[in-house]
Design a protein around this ligand. Sequence first.
Ligand code: NAP
Length: 253
Amino acid sequence: MADTKIAVITGASRGLGRSMALHLAAQGVDIVGTFHSDKEEAAKVAQQIEGQGRRVAMLQLDVGESARFSDFASDLSSVLQSEFGQDHFDFLVNNAGIGIYASVTDTTEEQFDELMQVQLKGPFFLTQKLLPLMADGGRILNVSSGLARFTIPGYAAYAAAKGGVEVLTRYLAKELGPRGITVNTVAPGVIETDFGGGVVRDNPDMNQQLAATIPLGRVGLPDDVGGAVALLLSEGGRWVNGERIEVSGGQNI
Ligand code: NAP
């Protein structure tokens, strides 16, 4: 692996992915981030990373469109060569995602399929397509959710997809061991982002109700997760493998 590590982070334009990108850049890691729809926000993140003295590229990607992942891998390969002078990247963070709130009774097949495409099929096949570009000794973090451990009505399909991500993590860890690649799950608890329409951040009643489920007495902030991801992708995290690390302030323990 090259001395300066390169992280590929999906959904790096906002929320948790942005914080992960900024924390990793502060730790000396170069960043390839992806955005889905908001090129302007992505450009702002890129500017901040450049301000930290790191190299950065932002690429468009829809993690729900697996048919285009081969094209994305080609784009990434070109950018690695042209912007970073490298053939490989070191860290993959499968972060991008959406939430759909609906009870089991009300969930439509379309909602279910969209969640599975974006949250489970996306990480599965994106990882598959990017593995040839990943350096031996690299690391993968898959973002799950506290909701795969505890149960809040309205998130069955979402949490089922995240449960799949956690199982996928263990299989990847086993299969990629011979290449020296570690694979772990990061499972955030409730965090104030745009997620779910920003309801946790913007609805004070809901914010307080959820804060009461967390021993530390508040809901999480993006930097709580960005910092944990940087910790896991530091040299000291190299022997952590096949694990599910919850980053929730102890929510619902
Ligand atoms: P967010 O603030 O809504 O940001 C979502 C990010 O993902 C944006 O960069 C967005 O890009 C991108 N994205 C959305 N749909 C996409 C798609 N189809 N293809 C590619 N990129 C897409 O969400 P967040 O809270 O940071 O969530 C990040 C991850 O953490 C998700 O996997 C989520 O399930 C998980 N999580 C969140 C919480 C929480 O409370 N916030 C808790 C547990 C787990 P554009 O802006 O360009 O559209």
